[in-house]
Design a protein. Structure first.
Length: 100
């Protein structure tokens, strides 16, 4: 198992204006984008080819960093995103070797 810190989404990110006006939260797609970016750094010869499952449990607020913890199980990455001691996202992503 390994972990890494994901930087916060800035308060002025364009996606926040419509998600949700007056009470912005970071869209799940943007959280997954950050997760995939961190995986790409760690597994440079691989790419995510499938989102097996993802569960969004708590909102991520603009300006909040989160910690990504992940574990390899064959060609799957089992991960969770945590803010403080609160799990906000869990999931499984399938990797494939680049060029395969």
């Amino acid at each position: 198992m390994w972990s890494e810190r994901a930087k916060a989404v800035a308060d002025d990110h364009p996606c926040l204006a419509g998600h949700f006006p007056g009470n912005p939260i970071v869209p799940g797609t943007l959280i997954l984008e950050r997760v995939i970016e961190l995986l790409a750094k760690r597994y440079a010869e691989h790419r995510v080819n499938e989102i097996v499952n993802v569960k969004f449990m708590q909102p991520l607020m603009p300006g909040q960093d989160f910690d990504l913890s992940a574990e390899e199980k064959g060609d799957l990455i089992i991960f969770k995103c945590v803010v403080g001691n609160i799990t906000i996202v869990t999931g499984k992503l399938a990797l494939t070797k680049t060029g395969s």
